[in-house]
Design a protein around this ligand. Structure first.
Ligand SMILES: [Zn+2]
Length: 407
């Protein structure tokens, strides 16, 4: 039995439409996963994520939850699902990316990374083993290996050394992960004697409910392919990662300051070479255009802070492109953020009102714009998926991109 089941239901060119079954929810791919850094998708209640936005999987951040409130606190409270009440699927990152963005606060060795907490300056340590232990305490459905993330412009030698260490860390991650699964350390473990209601997805047709004979109730582990913008190193990293063997494969180290053309080139080269029968996850990317270009090259899963981060600073994604509600031109604008968006924010509130809330420093502005942005991203993925199933992805892409006029 496997911890997740993923299968393709349609393809169009390199694009894939699939169904990912986890122990807690059924996820249609390609999927965008809202980011819940500190155990919350900033400004957006879980009720809205479930009932209106129908997000089936969100992210949690190992680094942040390790520092506060601490994974032992979350373990004590029954894991991140129980603690937060989010009962659908969770993917947790490994903490690698966050630690490596603290370049001057860290010391890197083969064993792991010592760093200073950005909260209180205390000395902390993360390694493959520690990261696996934290992610078991959190009890996510999908665990990520602990990886080294070199800067986007790292040279060939530095990138090679780094990805080889990432491969050794991936092996250590898997060994520790297996040990923790054996020892019952996974807080999110599901005893698969449950009924349909326990998924919170009663509206789903029965055929999409995970078949207890195929899903183990355990956590899944994804490997991460590194190699910056060097195609031969990407290939090398993929080979090393595949040799170890994972439930899914992620592409790390993109959208970290390199040119867009480099990201698309890496995806075009790498994605089709990745295992066909496992989900492919592009980490930390990106804009609506990036999602479309990623799917086009064969990616199935995405996450990014952009919808909520931009939402907090007045940035809204729309089918006509990105707008900023701070702009004076919206002061008297009675229209919704996006006329084509069916979300509850667009059905009710005008740009003029949202601008007023933002200018007045009202916290509701951030909440409403973040909500709309997530609706826009999740709807975009639904439309992409429908286009793949209908064999019309290229026409959809051309039409979507032609409408964009970013502010
Ligand atoms: Zn909307």
């Amino acid at each position: 039995m496997r911890p997740i089941d993923w299968r393709i239901i349609a393809t169009d060119g390199e694009t894939r439409a699939g169904i990912l079954k986890t122990r807690r929810s059924v996820v249609e791919t390609p999927v965008f996963m809202p980011v819940g850094t500190q155990g919350t998708v900033k400004g957006v209640r879980f009720e809205w994520l479930e009932d209106e936005l129908d997000a089936r999987i969100i992210l949690g951040n190992t680094y942040h939850l390790f520092l506060r409130p601490g994974h032992e606190v979350i373990r004590e409270l029954g894991g991140l699902h129980r603690f937060s009440t989010w009962n659908r699927a969770l993917l947790t990152d490994s903490g690698g990316f966050q630690v490596f963005s603290l370049t001057d606060l860290r010391k890197l060795t083969e064993e792991g990374v010592e760093f200073r907490s950005h909260i209180d300056g205390s000395r902390r340590f993360l390694s493959p083993e520690v990261s696996m232990d934290i992610q078991a305490a959190l009890g996510s459905e999908i665990v990520m290996v602990f990886d080294d993330c070199p800067p986007g412009d790292a040279g060939f030698e530095k990138t090679l050394k780094s990805l080889e260490m990432t491969a050794r860390w991936a092996r250590r991650s898997k060994d520790k992960f297996n040990e923790l699964q054996r020892d019952g350390a996974d807080s999110g473990h599901v005893n698969l004697g449950f009924g349909i209601d326990d998924f919170g997805l009663e509206e789903n047709p029965k055929s999409e409910i995970p078949d207890p004979t195929r899903i183990s109730g355990k956590q899944a582990l994804f490997g991460i392919v590194q190699g910056a913008g060097h195609l031969e190193l990407r290939r090398h990293s993929l080979e090393l990662t595949q040799e170890i063997g994972f439930d899914g494969y992620a592409i790390g180290g993109l959208s970290v300051g390199e040119e867009k053309s480099v990201m698309y080139e890496v995806l075009e080269y790498l994605a089709p070479r990745m295992p066909h029968d496992a989900p492919r996850y592009l980490m930390g990317v990106g804009t609506p255009e990036d999602l479309i270009e990623g799917v086009r090259r064969g990616v199935d899963m995405f996450d990014c802070v952009m919808p909520t981060r931009n939402g907090r600073t007045g940035g809204a994604f729309t089918s006509r492109g990105k707008i900023n509600i701070r702009n004076a031109r919206y002061a008297l604008d009675p229209d919704p953020l996006d006329e084509d968006c069916p979300c509850s924010v667009c059905r009710r509130y005008s740009r003029a009102y949202l601008r007023h809330l933002y200018q007045s420093g009202e916290m509701l502005a951030a909440t409403l714009i973040s909500h709309h942005n997530l609706a826009f991203y999740l709807n975009l993925m639904k439309r992409i998926r429908t286009a793949i199933v209908d064999g019309e992805f290229e026409a959809f892409r051309t039409g979507f991109l032609a409408q964009l006029d970013n502010e």
